[in-house]
Write a protein that binds this ligand. Structure first.
Ligand SMILES: [Mn+2]
Length: 401
């Protein structure tokens, strides 16, 4: 049995006013072609299907047409909701998707049996999937916590552990202990390396969940939430597949991938599989002339036009440079598009000018970041700031539910 693990598609994501659906489309083509050649049996998508809880009709069209293509390949698919997803939006087509071998679990179901999916190959039970979506605080309220004796453990970690333990135990009870259990999750694990494109990842759990809380019977934990592909704590069995396309300039240093899990006679082999790069995200910094020289020699090697971020520092204030930069932003170049610019001229004596130039970044700021700046300005104690930010994030998060 062969399984593909992916997550964090973020259909509808907009980066500095630019849609990223073109690269998602190319990823879908690649994924479909891979499935047709390699014939995997199962596809796991661990949350954050859409970037927003209320995706546009166009974004939904992209999603459903992909589900249709997946169904035509014959693969079985399991989709769980992430913190960006609307539970009811994902669940709405549940009954029709079931006929297409697509299971969708947008949120926590009252009957935990619904989160346990046996997967068969040639009429033989091959593995059991614990299809667990993003766990919201309200889902964890009534969970029997696993180990009350550990004084260092935080409540969220214990409740998450309790929930996974309950599902694992029920899976064992229903299907015996001979087949591997594979769990899905949309969690923030302790020790994971984040980028700038995850939104409010620390909600309810600042430290993240330690891998020791993951039940030893879970042979593989297919994670979503963090966009950089990685193992947790050097552990092969706990992995983030990462997002399939670049969602932010902070992600440019690492390659994108899906994870392939093979099960043979109950044994797992885990292998990352690189996804081709569809678009270059290029960060250029230096003086105006250095940056424009770099742009002059730039050659795009990827199917889509490169997106460029400029970070320009000039030794002194110059209207001429300001004008040249404005003109550069307007150029419709065949190889690249400048989608973001930062500029500072001189230093202390031009503080006011710099503030004015930076002002446009305000519109790119999230409300959370503004709150942080405000609190920083107030000179409040760090612990208090963290607590206010956490409570604020929880309120915002509950509004997305
Ligand atoms: Mn995400």
């Amino acid at each position: 049995m062969k399984i593909i693990h992916t997550a964090d598609w973020h259909i509808g994501k907009i980066l500095h006013k630019q849609e990223l659906n073109e690269e998602i489309r190319l990823f879908f083509d690649w994924l479909e072609a891979y499935i047709m050649t390699e014939n995997p049996d199962l596809l796991l998508i661990s949350g954050d299907i859409f970037d927003m809880a209320n995706p546009s009709n166009k974004d939904q069209e992209l999603y459903y047409s992909m589900l249709n293509r997946l169904s035509k390949t014959g693969i079985e698919t399991i989709i769980t909701g992430g913190n960006h997803d609307s539970v009811s939006l994902l669940n709405a087509p549940e009954s029709i998707l079931k006929n297409m071998k697509i299971h969708v679990l947008g949120g926590v179901n009252e009957d935990i049996k619904n989160h346990i999916i046996p997967v068969y190959k040639d009429n033989k039970l091959s593995c059991i999937i614990l299809a667990i979506p993003y766990l919201r605080e309200k889902d964890l309220k009534n969970v029997e916590t696993a180990d009350k004796s550990d004084p260092d453990a935080d409540k969220v970690s214990l409740a998450v552990q309790g929930y996974y333990d309950r599902c694992t135990a029920l899976a064992r009870k229903l299907y015996g202990s001979d087949v591997p259990v594979i769990a899905m999750g949309h969690l923030f694990m302790r020790g994971s390396l984040t980028s700038e494109s995850e939104r409010d990842i620390h909600v309810g759990n600042l430290q993240g969940i330690e891998s020791k809380y993951i039940h030893p019977d879970i042979a593989y934990l297919a994670l979503g939430h963090i966009h950089k592909p990685q193992r947790i704590g050097g552990n092969e069995r706990i992995r983030y597949s990462g997002s399939p396309v670049y969602l932010d300039f902070s992600e440019i240093r690492y390659p994108k991938q899906v994870v392939i899990i093979q099960i043979e006679q109950g044994k797992l082999t885990i292998q990352p599989m690189p996804i081709p790069k569809f678009r270059e995200l290029l960060r250029l910094s230096g003086t105006y002339s250095e940056v424009s020289a770099a742009l002059d020699t730039f050659t795009n090697q990827y199917p889509l036009k490169a997106f460029v971020e400029l970070d320009i520092t000039e030794p002194g204030f110059s209207l001429e440079v300001q004008q040249q930069l404005d003109d550069l932003m307007e150029v419709n170049h065949a190889q690249y598009k400048i989608i973001k610019r930062k500029m500072s001229m001189g230093n202390k004596d031009n503080l006011l000018v710099n503030n004015l130039i930076q002002y446009e970044r305000m519109e790119e700021m999230t409300p959370l970041r503004m709150l942080e700046i405000l609190l920083e300005d107030e000179g409040l104690d760090e612990v208090l700031v963290a607590e206010i930010v956490k409570q604020y994030s929880e309120i915002i998060e509950s509004m997305h539910d």
